[in-house]
Structures are given as C-alpha cells and as structure tokens.
Ligand binder design. Structure first.
Ligand SMILES: Nc1ncnc2c1ncn2[C@@H]1O[C@H](COP(=O)(O)OS(=O)(=O)O)[C@@H](OP(=O)(O)O)[C@H]1O
Length: 335
C-alpha cells in the first residue's frame, strides 16, 4: 500500500499547525485518496490508514495538540473489537470507591452514552475542547493506529490498553453495525463485497492487520506501557482479565475487595445484557449519529460462522495467514 505522506507533505503538515484549517491545508486533504464506507463521509487514506473523512481534521488536531498526562488511560481499539465493554470495565474499576457497585448512579454511568471516556477524535469544529478540567485519571478512547498517535502519548508515562478481537467476528460485527446506518442500503454492498474491502484494508481505521500489529509490537517492546487484551480472553475468563487490567492501570484490588466479590460485581455490571437493558442504551444516539443500541448486539465468539460463506472464509483465512505469520499473534475464532 502506498505511503500517503511524502516528505514534503509531512513537513507541510508539521510546519503549518496554525494553518490547520486554512485553504492550502484543505486542498491537500481533498487531494488524498478516498473510498466509500458506511460513514456518510467515506474514508480517506492518511498515514497508511483509512480514516473516516469526517474525523480526519480532528485526527490531525489530536496529533498536533493533544498533551498526555502521565496518569491518563488511553483505550485503543480497531472499531468493533470490544471498546464499549472495556470503557464500562475501566470506568468501573477506576470509580469503584466513589459508587457502590450495586447502586443506580454507577449503573447509569456505565452506559455507552454517559461513561465519561473522551473519544479523542470525535468533537465538533475540529477543535479539541478544554480537557484540563477532566478529573484524574483522564479516560480517553481512540481508534487511531499506534503509528499515528500523538508523540506525547508515546513519550509520557500514560498507559495504553488495547483490545483486539478475532478478524472474523470483528468483520461481522462491523457489517451489522453498518446495517444500522441508513446509507448502507444506498451503498448497495453485499457482505461478500464488504469482505473484499476488509481484505484490501479499505474500511474505517483499516487495514485491520496493521492496526493490530502496530499495538501488538508496541506491547511487546514496552509491556508496562501497552497492555494487549483479546476480546476472546475476556469472554473466557472475565474475572482474571479484569484483575490484570486493574493492576496495569494502577488500580489493583485489595484482598478485602477480592473477598467481597468486587471483581465479580464489576463483571456483572458490565456484561452485555446489563448494558443492553439500560434505558439510556435503548434510545438516543452517540456522537449525534450512531444509535446507542447499535453498540450492543450478540457479543459472541464465533458468530461469524452464521454469516460467512466458505469462499469468504477462504479469502479471509488467506489474508490472516499472510499478514500475521511470524508475528507471534494468533486469534481464537470459536469458543
Ligand atoms: N458488555 C459487553 N460484553 C461483550 N461484548 C460487548 C459488550 N458491549 C458491546 N459488546 C459487543 O462489542 C461489539 C461492538 O464493538 P465496539 O464496542 O468496539 O464498537 S465501537 O468500536 O465502539 O463502535 C458488538 O459485538 P457484536 O455483538 O459481535 O456485533 C457488541 O455486541
């Protein structure tokens, strides 16, 4: 895949932070390769990934202006990998002393709409709002690939939690999410065509393989900085993974909390059914566009088996074999 950032463009980008919204900058953005996608704006190829076009200026503002604090917790993921689940779990771990786990205030907060994770590239007018008033630790989420994260995230002591999911279920989840958005029908895509786009890397924040491998390599090089979690491991042993996560983000459970079943409570509170049943998650929209309910579907490992044909599977398996061989990373695709 060609690199979209030639040296002259790279220097143009860094030397013109103040001109970020100027005419020349907009012309340059307009010149980048574009494709259709589920998002109405389509996707644009920027720094080796396909960025939803409506978010691209925000991604660039994020890269140029975001200042990480050492206590920040950044949740990173390829879309449809378990982001919503991890948001609820991390929020519950961090805030467990402020709320009783069984009471309504926390339950209401652990909803897609209200969990105060700031999605670092979703805001209006391409201007990062004032984040200094957020209480510590500040909780952020992003789908931006590791290579394109702002320097300050990499250089500070903030921690990154990455959640990855097997590509077959990620694809199917993305397909169903797309079907919640009205324009999928006007795109007229079949699942087979979408599989082709996935294998070509042409989908929001794709290619899948470079997204996953970027964070995978960073977690191997710097395990104290990047925790690499798998959705399937979380499903298999939620309690163990919640404890591991709590230690990593600096909020380990005490012996007393373990005796009182606090981890089990968090696991139940953040389960798919508990979140799905919240009134706030049945109605309303996220980022003024996505129906809240579209973030909660089946949450199963291996649902792909109900959707992918043998020929789609063959194509995907070939891609997985080619892109992940020698990486040391493997995926569990069934329970
Ligand atoms: N609490 C909980 N437990 C287990 N699984 C859950 C949970 N919440 C959401 N989900 C499932 O995660 C899928 C959505 O992925 P994301 O949350 O990453 O989507 S997004 O990137 O934020 O748009 C989507 O997966 P599929 O059901 O396979 O489509 C959701 O159902």
């Amino acid at each position: 895949m060609e690199n979209s950032l030639s040296p002259s463009v790279a220097s143009f980008q860094s030397s013109s932070v103040l001109e970020e919204h100027g005419h020349e900058f907009k012309e340059w953005l307009a010149s980048l390769p574009k494709e259709k996608s589920f998002a109405p704006s389509g996707i644009t190829f920027y720094q080796d990934f396909w960025c939803p076009t409506m978010l691209l200026q925000n991604v660039i503002s994020f890269q140029n202006h975001f200042h990480a604090h050492d206590q920040d917790i950044i949740l990173a993921s390829k879309p449809k990998s378990g982001t919503t689940w991890l948001k609820a779990i991390i929020f519950s771990i961090v805030n467990r002393t402020q709320f009783t786990l069984s009471n309504t205030p926390l339950l209401t907060k652990v909803s897609h709409e209200l969990v105060p994770f700031f999605e670092v590239t979703v805001y209006r007018n391409n201007k990062i709002p004032d984040l200094t008033t957020m209480s510590s630790p500040r909780l952020f989420s992003t789908h931006v690939p590791y290579a394109s994260l702002p320097k300050s995230i990499k250089e500070s002591k903030c921690r990154i939690v990455y959640v990855c999911r097997n590509p077959l279920d990620t694809l199917v989840s993305h397909w169903y999410f797309g079907s919640h958005l009205s324009d999928i029908r006007s795109l007229g895509w079949t699942l087979e065509e979408f599989v082709g786009k996935f294998c070509d890397g042409k989908e929001g924040f794709g290619p899948f393989w470079s997204h996953v491998l970027g964070y995978w390599k960073a977690s191997i090089e710097n395990p104290n900085k990047v925790l690499f979690l798998k959705y399937e491991d979380l499903k298999e042993d939620t309690i163990y993974q919640i404890k591991r996560l709590a230690e990593f983000i600096g909020f380990p459970f005490s012996q007393e909390e373990l005796r009182h079943g606090v981890v089990e409570d968090i696991s139940k509170l953040c389960s798919l059914n508990a979140l799905k049943d919240l009134e706030v998650n049945k109605n309303g929209t996220h980022a003024s566009f996505f129906p809240n309910k579209s973030f909660y579907r089946k949450g199963e490992v291996g649902d792909w088996v109900n959707h992918l044909s043998p020929s789609m599977l063959e194509r995907l398996n070939k891609m997985i074999e080619e892109k992940f061989k020698d990486s040391g990373l493997s995926f569990k695709v069934s329970c």
